[in-house]
Design a protein around this ligand. Structure first.
Ligand code: URA
Ligand code: CA
Length: 434
C-alpha cells in the first residue's frame, strides 16, 4: 500500500476501505507517513467528504490508537455526555450529580478549557482542594461507592486524534464534518462510553455557528454511533447567547449549585432536565421522556441531586461547605458595572464576545500552558428579550488584573444590541436527532 495512492483515490472522490484508512492513520502515528501527505489527504476529505462507513472506520481507528478505558468494572450502562463547547455552559456540573442521584453511574472524564469556551475540570478546581486526578482504582471505587466521579483526562487517549487535530488546525482542514465527527466520537469511545449523548451547540459562541452545519455534524455523529453499535442521540441547542448568567469558573460553579438548589436560571435548568432525561433513556432507565424529566425535576426539588454533588465533593477531597457558603470560593477584588446605552429590548447578546471578554479578564486560556484566574468573569444581568432603560445594569465584570479591563468592557458592551420593539426569546433547543 502507498500513501500516494490512497490520497489520489480520495482526491477522485472514491471510498476508502478500512485497511486504507488504517494504513494512513497508523503510519502517521508511528511516524512512517509525513505531515504533508496526511495534510493532502485531510484536504481531499475536506472537499470529497467520507460516507458513514468510512467515518465510523476512522473513528474506531483513532479510538484504538491509544488507551481504551474499560469501564466494565462499573455496573450498569455507562452514558457519557459531550458538549461541543460553549460560553457559560455549566451543564456537566449539574447533570453529573443530577443523573447520578437517579441511579445512573457517572464515570466522567472531562477536559480543561481552551480559548473562549470553559472546561469542567477548571471549574471544579474552584472548589478548594478538589482532586481531579484520582488513580484508576480510586476512580472506579468512587463510582462504585458514590455513583459518581469526575476526573481530568489522563493517560494516552486517542494520540491519533491529537496529532491529526494539530495538523488540521494549521492546514485549514478543521471544518470538515466527517473529521470533526470522528474526532469527537473517537474520544468518547476511548473513554469507555456504552452510550453517548451529544449536545451540539449552534450560534455565535459555538464551534458550529450555523444551524444547518450543526445538524449535519449531529447527524454524522449519530450515524457513527449506529455503525459501531453505541446508542447515540444528539441535541442541537442554542449558543447564540451564553447559557445561564455566569461566565467564569467559580461564578459558574455557584450558578450550578443554584440550579441544584432548584433556583437556578431557567434556560440552564431546562437544558439540564432535557439532557438528563435523554441520558436516563439511553441508560435504559426510562422509556418515557416526560416521565424521566419529571423524575429529575423531583431530584432537584427534593435536594437529592444537591446532596449527590456534596457527596462527590467530599469523595474527591474538596470542602462540601462551599455549597452553603459561597464566600469559600475565590472572589475577584473588583466588580465593574456595565450599563445599558439605550432604552429598549435586548435583541442579541453575542456569546462569543462575552466569552472573549471573560477570557481577557483571565477566566480562559490563550494557549494550553496559560494560567487561569478562577475568580474572574462576567455576570450577566440582562439577556435577550429583557427590557432595559438607559443606565440599567447589563452585566458585572469580576476583575482582578485590570490590564485588559477596558478591552473586556468594550466587548461586553458590543455584545449587546437593542431593539425598540419587543423581542421574542431565543429557542433553547432546536432539534433532537436519534
Ligand atoms: N472538537 C474536537 O474534539 N474535534 C474537532 O475536530 C473539532 C472540535
Ligand atoms: Ca452559565
Amino acid at each position: 500500500m502507498r500513501a500516494y495512492d490512497i490520497i489520489y483515490k480520495k482526491r477522485e472522490g472514491q471510498k476508502l476501505s478500512r485497511a486504507e484508512i488504517e494504513f494512513l492513520i497508523k503510519g502517521y502515528v508511528e511516524g512512517d507517513i509525513p505531515d504533508y501527505q496526511i495534510s493532502a489527504w485531510a484536504m481531499a476529505v475536506y472537499f470529497q467528504s467520507m460516507d458513514a462507513e468510512e467515518t465510523a472506520d476512522l473513528t474506531m481507528i483513532m479510538a484504538e490508537s491509544g488507551d481504551m478505558i474499560d469501564l466494565s468494572e462499573i455496573k450498569g450502562k455507562k452514558v457519557d455526555k459531550h458538549s461541543t463547547g460553549g460560553v457559560g455552559d455549566t451543564t456537566t456540573l449539574i447533570l453529573a450529580p443530577l443523573v447520578a442521584s437517579a441511579g445512573i453511574p457517572v464515570a466522567k472524564m472531562s477536559g480543561r478549557g481552551l480559548g473562549h469556551t470553559g472546561g469542567t475540570i477548571d471549574k471544579l478546581h474552584s472548589i478548594v482542594n478538589f482532586n481531579t486526578s484520582l488513580s484508576r482504582d480510586r476512580f472506579f471505587d468512587n463510582v462504585n461507592q458514590h455513583g459518581i466521579a469526575v476526573v481530568g483526562q489522563s493517560g494516552n487517549l486517542t494520540p491519533a486524534d491529537k496529532k491529526l487535530y494539530a495538523l488540521r488546525d494549521v492546514t485549514a482542514t478543521v471544518e470538515s464534518i466527517p473529521l470533526i465527527a470522528s474526532s469527537i466520537m473517537s474520544k468518547k469511545i476511548a473513554g469507555g462510553a456504552d452510550a453517548i449523548l451529544l449536545d451540539v451547540k449552534t450560534g455565535s459562541g459555538a464551534f458550529m455557528k450555523d444551524l444547518t452545519e450543526a445538524k449535519k455534524l449531529a447527524k454524522a455523529m449519530v450515524a457513527i454511533g449506529k455503525e459501531i453499535g453505541r446508542d447515540t442521540a444528539a441535541y442541537i441547542s442554542d449558543m447564540s447567547q451564553p447559557l445561564g448568567y455566569a461566565v467564569g469558573n467559580a461564578l459558574e460553579v455557584k450558578e450550578a449549585i443554584e440550579v441544584l438548589k432548584g433556583r437556578g436560571p431557567e434556560d440552564l435548568t431546562e437544558l439540564c432536565l432535557e439532557l438528563g432525561a435523554a441520558m436516563l433513556e439511553l441508560a435504559d432507565q426510562s422509556e418515557d421522556h416526560a416521565e424521566a424529566k419529571e423524575l429529575l425535576r423531583k431530584k432537584l426539588s427534593s435536594g437529592e441531586a444537591l446532596e449527590k454533588f456534596k457527596e462527590m465533593i467530599s469523595a474527591q477531597e474538596g470542602n462540601p461547605a462551599v455549597i452553603d457558603d459561597y464566600s469559600l470560593f475565590a472572589t475577584a477584588e473588583k466588580v465593574v458595572e456595565i450599563k445599558a446605552q439605550e432604552d429598549g429590548y435586548i435583541a442579541t447578546l453575542n456569546a462569543l464576545e462575552v466569552g472573549l471578554a471573560a477570557m481577557l479578564l483571565g477566566a480562559g486560556r490563550e494557549n494550553k500552558d496559560s494560567e487561569i484566574d478562577l475568580a474572574v468573569g462576567v455576570e450577566l444581568k440582562k439577556k435577550v428579550s429583557d427590557q432595559v432603560k438607559k443606565g440599567d445594569t447589563l452585566a458585572l465584570l469580576h476583575v482582578n488584573d485590570q490590564k485588559n479591563l477596558a478591552q473586556a468592557r468594550a466587548k461586553v458592551l458590543a455584545a449587546y444590541s437593542y431593539s425598540k420593539n419587543e423581542v421574542e426569546n431565543k429557542k433553547l433547543i432546536y432539534e433532537k436527532i436519534t
